[in-house]
Design a protein around this ligand. Structure first.
Ligand SMILES: Cc1cc2nc3c(=O)[nH]c(=O)nc-3n(C[C@H](O)[C@H](O)[C@H](O)COP(=O)(O)O)c2cc1C
Length: 334
């Protein structure tokens, strides 16, 4: 069974916004929702153990209704804690739960989760089984092509077969292997080169599995190309750095009517949300930091970004800063 919301968005995974720590928080997701009403949005990774010990789960789990369809990404290697986190996430209203088996950071590896789990398929199997048994929501996995010297097509296929049997409904593959020894996480996002052909080969060999491509998809056209061979396209950095670039996605991928969205429309659309955040004691900068990338190719964009950044970081920063920023943009966009 799938959640009520995903039932209305059964193909939302055809285009998704990747989980990114410090980027894809609820504020950025609300921003992306102004641009695409269809994309599947992923949370930042939430560590199951941290969630379990926290007195304030809402700090990790809160989202706004308009963010649906939304997936929570979990990190961890303890089946019991992951199952508990899954149940909590289902009760909170998420549409999908994803397990992170792709993050190469030493901190994550030292907790024995993220990409290092690709070397422990038995453990991942137990985690996915426990999560699947704990919920009726789809359990999905985001992983790499391989890690270090465990990097053959045979190992990848065995991994995916095993995890599919354990209950994973979809596979999001960052199409490059992770070097856990010798490269830092930033290097691991560009080195070694992407190998889309290996993901495509896997999809051809396992046509019944839902396999999504991630890594280096930085234009809607590249995503459309990916969808010719894979079931979904997931975009990370290019969505964060160029949010407006993705405004054609609803039309090109999901067959919606064409629309034209300006940066000022996004700002104006977000005013009630920003107001609500401020009324609850939130800081304007929490949201404004994500708005800076919205404005490109408009006269005075640099100055606009500089002004928004410095005004929003002041202690008494209020909604008028965004209202004025939107007015200035409207003039520049004419
Ligand atoms: C700042 C940053 C944070 C990230 N955090 C996560 C994360 O929490 N979980 C995860 O699975 N991947 C994470 N990633 C990896 C992305 O989800 C994605 O797989 C990677 O950036 C490749 O896609 P792209 O080329 O479209 O950016 C992160 C990437 C970046 C740049």
């Amino acid at each position: 069974m799938i959640s009520k919301v995903l039932a209305n968005h059964t193909n939302a995974y055809q285009f998704s916004i990747a989980p990114m720590m410090d980027c894809t928080d609820k504020h950025f997701r609300v921003l992306m929702r102004q641009i695409s009403s269809k994309a599947l949005l992923y949370s930042e990774m939430v560590v199951a153990k941290a969630l379990h010990h926290s007195k304030y789960p809402n700090k990790f789990l809160d989202f706004n209704e308009i963010e649906h369809p939304i997936a929570l990404q979990l990190g961890g290697d303890d089946p019991h804690l992951l199952a508990k986190a899954t149940q909590l996430a289902e009760a909170w209203g998420y549409d999908e739960i994803n397990l992170n088996v792709g993050c190469p950071s030493p901190k994550v590896s030292s907790g024995n989760f993220g990409a290092c789990l690709m070397g422990q398929p038995e453990k991942v199997t137990r985690c996915i089984e426990a999560m699947s048994n704990a919920t009726s929501l789809p359990i999905t996995i985001k992983h790499r092509l391989g890690i270090d010297n465990l990097d053959t097509d045979e190992l990848l296929t065995t991994f995916v077969d095993q995890i599919s049997k354990a209950g994973a409904k979809r596979f999001i593959i960052h199409a490059r292997k992770a070097w856990l020894k010798g490269l830092d996480p930033k290097q691991n996002r560009t080195i070694p080169p992407l190998q889309y052909e290996r993901v495509i080969k896997l999809k051809n060999n396992r046509p019944n599995l839902i396999i999504e491509l991630n890594g280096g998809l930085d234009t809607p056209e590249k995503c459309l190309e990916a969808l010719k061979t894979c079931d979904g396209a997931m975009v990370g950095r290019a969505a964060y750095s160029h949010p407006l670039r993705w405004q054609t996605i609803d039309e090109q991928i999901f067959g919606e009517s064409p629309k034209s969205i300006k940066a000022s429309d996004v700002l104006i659309g977000m005013l009630p949300y920003i107001n609500d955040h401020l009324q609850k004691g939130g800081r304007l900068w929490n949201i404004s930091k994500h708005l800076l990338q919205l404005v490109e190719g408009v006269p005075g964009a640099r100055l606009w970004r500089k002004e928004l950044s410095s005004l929003s970081q002041k202690q008494d920063a209020n909604i008028r800063i965004i209202e004025n920023a939107a007015k200035k943009l409207q003039k520049a966009e004419l």
